[in-house]
Write a protein that binds this ligand. Structure first.
Ligand SMILES: C[S@@+](CC[C@H](N)C(=O)[O-])C[C@H]1O[C@@H](n2cnc3c(N)ncnc32)[C@H](O)[C@@H]1O
Length: 210
């Protein structure tokens, strides 16, 4: 990538992280909508809910250090995390498969990936990840979990046959309700998975041993 393209990538990330600072307003509106019923993804249609820059840099470094090519992401939103993942696979010669439930968010993500010059490294599937990734039958080197929290475990189990020794799984928001089922599952299978908390317990990095 030449200097102009790198500037384009960094400028896009900078602008998106900056705009995401106003998420507290968008999240507030979403929470109000769900006072009398359970929250649902559409309540946060206008919110990024993104990873931090620090997390993005770590995702990119992990993929580069481990030379991961086949990357799968659950929860694209507007594509901030996808940009970090795509920039990493651009350098390893791989591809990101990412999936987003809401069509409006997926469209914005594709625009953002395009602004960053990374659209050719991403296959974005629109719909419920339990459907869009059903039948995914290719090896997974790196899995990033950041969609609806209750679905971490069922999605992980669905994709588990595609893991191999060295597959990395980075799960965000491990401090949120719903993720504990996933946490119990991997932490109780020490012969198969080795895990370490990251970012003060906000995330969990798991390596598949077999
Ligand atoms: C925390 S946000 C993802 C943030 C993004 N990874 C980033 O860092 O920029 C979670 C996203 O998952 C999406 N989502 C929720 N349930 C989903 C499902 N069943 N399948 C696919 N995406 C889903 C939501 O619409 C939301 O945009």
């Amino acid at each position: 990538m030449n200097a102009v393209k790198i500037n384009r990538l960094e400028a896009t990330l900078h602008a998106l992280h900056n705009d995401a600072k106003k998420d507290y307003l968008r999240i507030g509106k979403g929470v109000v909508k769900s006072i009398f019923r359970p929250m649902q993804p559409a309540d946060f249609e206008h919110a990024y809910l993104p990873i931090s820059k620090e997390q993005g840099e770590l995702l990119r470094k992990l993929i580069l250090d481990h030379k991961c090519k086949n990357v799968v992401e659950f929860g694209t939103s507007f594509g901030i995390s996808t940009i970090y993942l795509a920039d990493a696979v651009r350098q390893t010669g791989g591809k990101v498969i990412t999936t987003e439930l809401l069509e409006s968010k997926a469209k914005r993500a594709m625009q953002n990936l395009s602004h960053a010059g990374l659209e050719n490294y991403v296959d974005l599937k629109i719909g419920d990840a339990m459907q869009t990734l059903k039948g995914h039958n290719a090896p997974i080197d790196f899995l990033f979990l950041d969609g609806w929290k209750d679905l971490y475990l069922p999605l992980f189990k669905m994709l588990e046959p595609q893991f191999h020794a060295g597959t990395l799984i980075y799960a965000d928001n491990m401090d949120m309700a719903g993720t504990q089922y996933y946490g119990h599952y991997v932490l109780n299978r020490k012969q198969v998975y080795a895990s370490q908390p990251l970012h003060g317990g906000k995330a969990l990095l798991t390596s598949c041993l077999t």
